[in-house]
Structure formats: structure tokens, C-alpha cells
Design a binder for this molecule. Structure first.
Ligand code: EAX
Length: 325
């Protein structure tokens, strides 16, 4: 509470600084540490918007859990004690089930398809829907395609997943995916190094950059390139706050955030080959050709589950599955 009050006070000082050109202060939250995908978007946005607004918009980045985990950051954005966040799509699940559509397993074939869909009308529908939960979704950046790591044994097919304790994000869909694959899914908010190290969980799933930046090669033995979910970030602002801005400022923020997102996606993708080499050198044993068909078969029933039963969610899922076929 104390922390939130402080954030509000600093913001108020910023915003009502009394000068003719009132400076707009933005508190931006990410759960991850510098060097992470979310931080790269945040830092790029800060740099560009401060430049393009001639310093009239100022961004303060809160990172490394300093204002809580991703669910807690989203709650603060709803209340407008934090204005902006670069947040993994997974944890939006508890705020609006529509995000289960873009997190659907094996939905996107590749980055090009993900960009085309998410930057297009279907992605816009997802962003628009978030308004009912108090968010204004501006665009998508990326965590990336998620891969599995574990400490027990090599995994080539879902048969080897049976009984593994796999950490999942705060997301009913992610939970259901790992249940369908035969694991014991365990929801734990980010970060999870200690839980992996102490053996509370056997494994986790995240894009390659995470294994490198968070040094999971120190505490995990096996990696499988499952690419089971393409994991975007949703680059989001407080709807309450957004409504206080004039349209020129809104346009500038929207365009600049999109530029930062595109920069980050390219940056992330350009590093994946080197990351894989690095992780192998560090001793991770990598299964590069898992039996993806077997994985797909196990999760095929998800679209008929209660997770997607809300008519608007079901309708968008069908549209999305058709568009990515
Ligand atoms: O980027 O909690 C997670 O697994 C997320 O991917 C996290 O934000 C790391």
C-alpha cells in the first residue's frame, strides 16, 4: 500500500508540475530484469518517446518485481497507479479469457504469420476486448515461441512428460495444456530460479532468451524445442489514464510503442541461433526434433473445453484457427 501511495504521489507531481507544458509522467512496469525481452521494449519506448515529445513525456521503468508480479502489475494498471506495462499474454487470462485465443497451442506457424495476424484485424479484436477489464491494449511485442526444459530426463514425445512437475504461468489455458500433455502443472509467478534449483518443480517452459538471461542452464539439464505456444507480450496502458490524454498524445504514444515493439521483435529473433549454440555450450542437452505431431494430438481437444465456451471467445478462436490454417 505504502509503495502504491508513493507511486501515486510521484505521478501527481509529474503530471501537475504547473508549467504551461505539463510533463506527462508514465510509470511503466515489467516483471523481468534488464536484458529481458520485456525490458528491451520498455527501454526502447522510453528512449523514443522522450525524444519525440521533446521531453514532455517522461517514462520511469519499474522492473525485476519491484512493483510485483505480472498479475499485480496488471491490477495497478487497472487502477491507474501504474500507467503502462509490457506483460506476457499468459497472465491476462484471469482478466479476460479472450487472450486464450492467441495463446492457443501450435497456433502460429512462424514469426511472419504471428506478426501478420497480431498486427491485423484479429489482433485488434483481442486488444479491443481488453477494455472491458480496464486496459487499453496498444500492440504486441514478443516473448517468443516457448520451449520446455527439465531436470529429470530427455523429452522427445509427451510420453516422457508424464508426471513431470512443470511450472506454469497464472493462466488456466497454460495449466490445461500441461495437464493434457500429462504433466503436473504447478502455477508459480515469475521468477522461478529458486524453485527449479531446489527441485520444487522439475521443469518450466519459456523462450530461449529466458534460459540464457536467467541462467537456467545452471540448474536445468534437458531442453526440448517444443515451440508449443507463441507467447506475445501485450503492450498495455491503463484505460482510465488513456481517456485523460488528447488524441495527439494518444497517437504519439501508440505509434512509438509500436515502433519499440517492432524493434524488439526483430532484436529477439536475430539472437535465437546464437542463443541455442550458447545454451548447448553451457551443457544443456537439446532435443531439436521432438515428435510435434504427438504433442499436437494430445492438445487437440482444448478448443472444445470450457476455457473457450464463452461465445465471443469461441467465435474468435474459430476465426483464428481458420486464418492460421
Ligand atoms: O518472461 O512467467 C513467465 O514464464 C513469463 O514468460 C515471464 O514473463 C518471463
Amino acid at each position: 500500500m505504502k509503495k502504491r501511495l508513493m507511486i501515486m504521489t510521484v505521478f501527481t507531481l509529474f503530471f501537475y508540475s504547473g508549467s504551461a507544458m505539463a510533463v506527462i509522467g508514465i510509470k511503466l512496469g515489467v516483471v523481468t530484469k534488464p536484458g529481458s525481452a520485456q525490458n528491451i521494449v520498455a527501454e526502447k519506448f522510453k528512449e523514443l518517446i522522450e525524444q519525440r515529445s521533446n521531453g514532455n513525456i517522461q517514462v520511469q521503468i519499474f522492473h525485476s518485481n519491484s512493483i510485483g508480479n505480472e498479475t499485480e502489475i496488471l491490477q495497478q494498471i487497472q487502477m491507474n497507479t501504474v500507467q503502462m506495462g509490457i506483460i506476457t499474454a499468459g497472465p491476462f487470462d484471469t482478466f479476460d479469457p479472450i487472450v486464450r485465443v492467441i495463446n492457443y497451442p501450435f497456433l502460429f506457424k512462424d514469426h511472419e504469420q504471428a506478426d501478420k495476424i497480431l498486427d491485423g484485424p484479429l489482433g485488434a479484436k483481442v486488444l479491443k476486448s481488453l477494455e472491458r477489464a480496464g486496459f487499453k491494449g496498444l500492440c504486441f511485442s514478443e516473448n517468443g515461441f516457448r520451449d520446455l526444459t527439465n531436470n529429470r530426463h530427455p523429452v522427445k514425445s509427451p510420453d516422457e512428460i508424464k508426471g513431470l512437475k512443470i511450472r506454469v504461468m497464472a493462466s488456466a489455458l497454460h495449466n490445461a495444456i500441461w495437464q493434457a500433455l500429462g504433466a503436473n502443472p504447478t502455477p508459480i509467478p515469475w521468477p522461478i530460479y529458486t524453485e527449479l534449483e531446489q527441485g520444487v518443480i522439475d521443469g518450466q517452459e519459456n523462450p530461449l532468451w529466458v534460459m540464457e538471461v536467467y541462467k537456467f542452464y545452471e540448474i536445468q539439464k534437458y531442453m526440448t524445442l517444443t515451440r508449443h505456444v507463441y507467447s506475445p507480450h501485450i503492450d498495455v496502458v491503463s484505460l482510465k489514464w488513456w481517456k485523460t490524454l488528447d488524441s495527439k498524445t494518444q497517437d504519439l504514444i501508440q505509434t512509438t510503442l509500436y515502433d519499440a515493439a517492432v524493434f524488439q521483435r526483430e532484436d529477439n529473433r536475430s539472437k535465437n541461433t546464437a542463443r541455442l549454440t550458447f545454451l548447448k555450450e553451457k551443457g544443456l542437452q537439446v532435443e531439436e526434433n521432438p515428435d510435434i505431431d504427438a504433442f499436437r494430438t494430445r492438445v487437440a481437444g482444448l478448443k472444445d473445453m470450457d476455457l473457450y465456451s464463452e461465445p465471443r471467445v469461441q467465435a474468435l478462436l474459430i476465426e483464428m484457427l481458420n486464418a492460421t490454417r
